[in-house]
Design a protein around this ligand. Structure first.
Ligand code: G6P
Length: 611
């Protein structure tokens, strides 16, 4: 996710902004830029790459210069490739503006603005907001009213910070679904996307809420929400700088687990419609005729991303009714290929840089049609495929993947729905049910986070175990695999994921009183009773069972289990996403009890760019 810093005050705005952006570097970015007001003129400087590249451009700046007002941004590309032109700030007339988030109706707004003579210099959605604000100012509105009018025209998620060259005493700020905070210091004001960038100026921080539109000057902050003036009480932040980077969480992994209710909507934002209902993926070039010609779908990926593919296999088989397989990219790349032009090969990768996944898709692309589900815009993978669906999860810092995985599941579900609609295999009521479930997912996921303390207690109890077995059936089998990989990655405990029905063909030999067995049980599992029988086999060998389920108050299940963690039920297709959460938390808490390096586990890399 991008970083935002704005400043008004006694210090040189440029220096404060660059120092603030440095504090946000951990979030990951591909370009950076600043706009300062000097002598009544907006001076914009932007560079592709790291902040060091941007700083080089100021080498000749007079050290005595003091710009009293400015805004700066580190961009993590979502609309338009990483480039100097696409870097923020974006300027239109007297306005310069930075933005985090996604403007959903940008195509329609861009056309409207072009029709009244606005010229666009970038491929971004953000530039639209700069033009709209400038137009509203030109129409004679005050800066604050112009910002309100701008927000009323925009649909989507945003944190905007803008400056108006004709109002050098203020910054204009708006927030919807993307964080922004304001620090009021002594004779200075700092605005940022993240508390960590504010602390060098002040520890008094006002956190804006969704729908807030603010105008800040030195010593004054005016906020309105939904037309009424609101007061937001400043908080005193006592965190040290590293804790601040982690948003107050002990580890990036925990921060990213807790971020999921906020990032999941970023994956489906602008892609689902309740009215019709339907899924639109404008980035997918596949036509209905082409979709009908596809005879087989092959998913390729590594690690956690492969588990997302295994869930996707269920989504595609159920919603599209097409033969599917999912394979490790490292295996697929060396197997004799049975692909043809009617095969669709889908690569899934958080980073888009995993060597085996790149090699697999390159091989596939020689004969088959290719598509990627990826989190990083402009990654190597995105350049090797015909179509890319981005997950929009923002940078994932912790090596163990959490929010990238759940957003991959959301993106793959959207893809299955779109594919089914294109092929005409999807009943409208199924589409409606799926779209409604997706809309409810963020709220239900937030509720599911309440299981944290119960999971922590279970983790404490079992943290000394040497081995864990994870079981699941059907669509929950890949979730069992994901639970196992998460645990072994960060706690270094040996863990195996198995289809519950296969337990009797091997793993049962390992079960004794020292073997915790985690079972992932979905309400709509047709084999629920069979899995229960498997659990009885575990119980009779003294194995300790932790059930992760969206079935409420099941007496027989409670009878055989040591711990039953009950999660809210939303729908069959949403269950794997919700049931992943407790497994992420289990791995996390076990690792914390064991004292391992949670965010940087030994021997592992976030992105494996070698074979
Ligand atoms: C590494 C990471 C895993 C990740 C896998 C695939 O092994 O440690 O967390 O799942 O690579 O990465 P990708 O970026 O392709 O999703």
């Amino acid at each position: 996710m991008c970083g935002i810093v704005g400043y008004i005050g006694k210090q040189d705005a440029l220096g404060v902004i660059l120092a603030g952006l440095e504090k946000l570097e951990y979030r990951g970015y591909d370009s950076a830029g600043v706009a300062v007001l000097e002598g009544g003129q907006i001076k914009v400087t932007r560079a592709l790459g790291k902040l060091a590249e941007l700083k080089k451009l100021f080498a000749k700046r007079d050290a005595q210069t003091i710009a009293p007002l400015g805004i700066g941004h580190t961009r993590w590309a979502t609309h338009g490739k990483p480039s100097e032109n696409n870097a923020h700030p974006h300027t239109a007339g007297r306005v310069s503006l930075i933005h985090n988030g996604i403007i959903e109706n940008y195509v329609e707004l861009r056309e409207k603005l072009q029709s009244v003579g606005c010229e666009f210099k970038s491929e971004t959605d953000t530039e639209i907001a700069a033009h709209l604000l400038n137009q509203n100012l030109k129409a004679g509105l005050t800066p604050y009213e112009a910002l309100k009018a701008t927000c009323a025209q925009i649909r989507g998620s945003y944190a905007f910070v803008a400056l108006d060259a004709q109002s050098p005493d203020r910054l204009l700020i708006a927030k919807n679904a993307t964080p922004i905070v304001i620090g009021m210091g002594e004779g200075e004001v700092i605005v940022a996307s993240d508390i960590t960038a504010v602390l060098a100026v002040t520890r008094q921080v006002t956190i804006l809420e969704d729908g807030d539109i603010a105008e800040v000057k030195i010593g004054s902050l005016h906020i309105e929400n939904n037309g009424s003036v609101v007061e937001r009480k400043p908080q005193t932040i006592t965190w040290d700088p590293l804790t601040a980077q982690k948003g107050g969480f002990k580890h990036f992994m925990l921060k990213e687990i807790y971020e999921q209710p906020q990032v999941i909507p970023e994956t489906f934002r602008g892609r689902i419609e309740l009215g019709r209902p339907g899924v639109s993926l404008p980035e997918l070039s596949l036509t209905a005729a082409e979709a009908r010609r596809i005879t087989r779908v092959v998913f390729v990926a590594c690690g956690t991303a492969l588990h997302a593919c295994l869930v996707a296999k269920f989504y595609f088989e159920s919603l599209v009714g097409i033969p599917c397989e999912a394979d490790y990219a490292s295996e697929f790349r060396y197997r004799s290929s049975t692909l043809d032009a009617d095969t669709l090969v889908i690569a899934v990768s958080q980073s888009g840089e995993t060597a085996d996944t790149l090699a697999a898709i390159e091989k596939a692309g020689q004969v088959a049609r290719t598509l990627a589900v990826c989190n990083v815009l402009g990654s190597s993978l995105s350049r090797k495929v015909k179509d890319v669906i981005y997950t929009n999860a923002g940078p994932e810092i912790s090596v163990a993947s959490t929010k990238a995985f759940t957003t991959q599941l959301v993106a793959l579900h959207l893809l299955a729905l779109r594919f089914g609609a294109l092929r005409g295999t999807l009943q409208p009521e199924v589409m409606r049910g799926c779209v409604e479930s997706l809309m409810h997912l963020p709220k239900v996921f937030s509720e599911a986070l309440r299981c944290d303390s119960q999971i922590e207690a279970a983790a404490k109890k079992f943290a000394k175990a040497r081995d864990f077995l994870f079981l699941g059936r059907g669509i929950c089998y890949p979730i069992a695999l994901e639970g196992a990989i998460k645990l072994k990655e960060i706690s270094y405990i040996h863990a195996e994921g198995y289809p519950a029905g296969e337990m009797k063909h091997g793993p049962i030999a390992l079960i004794d009183e020292n073997m915790p067995v985690v079972v992932v049980l979905q309400r709509s599992d047709l084999m629920f009773d069979k899995t229960l029988s498997n659990l009885r086999e575990v119980e009779s060998r003294n194995g300790k069972i932790i059930a992760i389920t969206d079935v409420a108050g099941h007496k027989a299940l409670q009878g055989v289990c040591d711990t039953v963690v009950e999660l809210p039920f939303l729908s069959e297709f949403m269950s794997p996403i919700i049931l992943t959460l407790p497994l992420q938390l289990l791995a996390y808490h076990v690792a914390v009890f064991k004292g391992t390096d949670v965010d940087l586990p030994r021997n592992l890399a976030k992105s494996v760019t070698v074979e």
